[in-house]
Design a protein around this ligand. Sequence first.
Ligand SMILES: [Zn+2]
Ligand SMILES: [Zn+2]
Length: 165
Amino acid sequence: MNQAKSHLRGELAIIPTVARVVAVLAFVIMQICLLGLLPHYERDIPPMPFMVLISVGGGIIVAIIILLIGYVNADAKRRDMNALLWTLLVIFVPKALGFLAYFLLRKPLLLPCPQCGTPVRADYAYCQKCGQGLRPFCCHCGRAISDDFVCCPYCGKPLGAAVTP
Ligand SMILES: [Zn+2]
Ligand SMILES: [Zn+2]
């Protein structure tokens, strides 16, 4: 439970400052327009308690959408995906389908190479910069295997001499 909480906090921390500022501004501007200005120009509006509900609720929804857009932008970058393209997609594809597509299709997170620190895709067997092996592999056929395999599932040879990077 605690781990899930700190994971969520870590994920929220990647939201760019610009998105946070825009979200707060959008919320404030909405309150000023709906609660401050609208009653002066429009006589035919719902009673004040309803207006507050609509204004605050709508403002929170708009702010969350802006934060989500910021999250997708930052998340796409750290997964080596086209951040600009995905940001535009989640903004312009209606009914949150852009968000849905993003979370279904996003690539695995990049992990730092233990040797040189370059961000490397999680499914790579070697670092693309320094060639460091990132996971154990079969010394007969070179394919990635798990630590606990006794025989290679690809070539069938025993892994007594499995090479661990
Ligand atoms: Zn490396
Ligand atoms: Zn093998």
